[in-house]
Design a protein around this ligand. Structure first.
Ligand SMILES: [Zn+2]
Length: 188
């Protein structure tokens, strides 16, 4: 997995420095912005893998920046995590409405929890691909993987699908496994 590029947006230098240190220690490539306007500019230019932003900031707050990111096709898919001084319910609701991937309240979550959450966002990206038995090397593949030749589930007989996970976007590398979409039994 290549390093996650994270854009850190907060007007508080000390907060930004704290998170930058945590993220760098965990192998992330960190860029920083001090408000929403700068965050938006950098996000549009650099296309980070994820944006980690505070809410209250001068010129453009975190929510306004999220809205702007969403409106732009090229940045609309960038996952955003909110980091807040306060855990106000209305802010959490707004974050959910805007599609934030997580909402962290400063001082209530350990760096490890934050790192794990970010990791899970990228691991969770899976694609289900329909597989055509009988094509090209399918028979050999079934034999070598010791799954049924017609690519049916060993338990319920449904068609198996390929679940694909991106490992590296740059060279189109991915991993894939056969699963039953109906009963989720591991195919052996
Ligand atoms: Zn099944």
């Amino acid at each position: 997995m290549k390093a996650i590029r994270i854009l850190l947006v907060d007007d508080d230098d000390a907060i930004r420095e704290m998170y930058a240190t945590i993220f760098q220690k965990n192998g992330f490539i960190v860029s920083e912005a001090k408000d929403g306007v700068e965050g938006l500019t950098i996000a549009t230019k650099d296309m980070p893998d994820i944006v980690f932003t505070g809410i209250v900031m001068p010129t453009m707050d975190g929510f306004a920046m999220m809205e702007a990111l969403k409106k732009n096709v090229s940045t609309s898919k960038i996952p955003v995590i909110i980091s807040s001084h306060l855990g106000r319910e209305e802010d959490q609701q707004r974050a959910r409405d805007l599609g934030a991937k997580a909402f962290f309240v400063q001082g209530f979550h350990t760096p490890n929890e934050i790192i794990e959450k970010i990791g899970s966002i990228f691991e969770a990206v899976e694609y289900k691909i329909k597989f055509m038995p009988g094509e090209l090397d399918a028979d050999n593949l079934a034999q070598d993987m010791q799954i049924s030749k017609d690519f049916k589930c060993v338990k319920c007989g449904s068609d198996l699908i390929l679940v694909m996970k991106i490992l590296n976007r740059d060279n189109h590398e991915f991993s894939a496994k056969f699963v039953c979409d109906k009963c989720s039994v591991e195919q052996k």
